[in-house]
Design a protein around this ligand. Structure first.
Ligand code: DGL
Length: 264
């Protein structure tokens, strides 16, 4: 399977922000993009149900696409199912996307860091452990946004998204304490980089918006042997609903992804 594609997985279109970086580093590779849009948004799922859903889905995805590697381009899924996936498929390399708390704690000058994520990611023991292990010296504010992933999808579709809707979701990230201000906001949901310019425009003061996509792509590349031959086959996208709307199809087209059916 080492010549197989890289399978990138998310609940929706957020993982495309990781695909963009992965292609820059590995232009010779073929990619299969999988969006579980029938399960979107993952942020509101209970942990047991979501784990079962994703592990079951990967049985089929691995047998259908025989990937060389799977990248879980979703924080909400990675902070929950990375270990169950590795246990269920011990021969498959999995790369996860987890909140970039360690780099944020190394870079902050004020010591005030915020993590903007889905309510699921904010609830995870995995996220709390990251803070304890790598950012105990910082003040970390966890902001679980119920609507931002959906707003990012709407924005990318070209649907109207009001500034005040976005501002209401990001405002809790901005903390002032003892004369210091938040200086880094971790984008801990792969959907959010699509809105990064809006965040910059609406932010009460300038901060670094930390997008981990490039670091994830580097990690994925580091685990693969170099591939000499460029793949002839096209990159594809699989949507679990099998019915992405016109705007999403247009987006996939722009990414050079041919839509392929998901067997159910
Ligand atoms: N893109 C996903 C993440 O990185 C979450 C979006 C959702 O709620 O499904 O967390």
């Amino acid at each position: 399977m080492s010549g197989g594609p890289i399978l990138l997985f998310d609940s929706g279109i957020g993982g495309l922000t990781v695909l963009r970086e992965a292609r820059v580093l590995m232009p010779e590779r073929r990619f299969v993009y999988v969006a579980d849009d029938a399960g979107f948004p993952y942020g509101v799922w209970g942990e047991g149900d979501l784990t079962k859903r994703i592990v079951t889905m990967f049985e089929q995805l691995i047998s259908d696409h025989e990937p060389a590697q799977c990248v879980i381009a979703c924080n909400t899924a990675s902070t929950l199912v990375l270990e169950p996936l590795r246990t269920a498929f011990p021969d498959m390399p999995f790369v996860g996307t987890v909140p970039a708390i360690k780099p944020a704690s190394e870079r902050t000058r004020s010591g005030l860091v915020s993590v903007l994520a889905t309510p699921g990611t904010v609830r995870r023991a995995y996220t709390r452990d990251l803070i304890q292990s790598f950012a105990a010296q910082c003040h970390v504010r966890l902001v679980g946004s119920e609507y931002l992933a959906g707003l990012a999808e709407a924005y990318i579709r070209g649907d109207p998204v009001k500034h005040r809707q976005i501002l209401a979701e990001i405002e809790p990230c901005f903390v002032e304490q003892d004369g210091q201000k938040t200086d880094i906001v971790v984008l801990a949901c792969t959907h959010y980089p699509f809105l990064a310019n809006q965040f910059r425009r609406l932010a009460p003061w300038p901060v670094d918006w930390l997008d981990p996509a490039e670091a994830i792509a580097k990690r994925a590349q580091s685990l693969l042997a170099p591939q000499d031959a460029v793949s002839e086959e096209p990159d594809i996208a699989v949507f679990t609903s099998n019915e992405p709307d016109f705007a999403v199809r247009r987006l996939l087209n722009g990414f050079g992804l041919a839509l392929a059916p998901m067997r159910h």
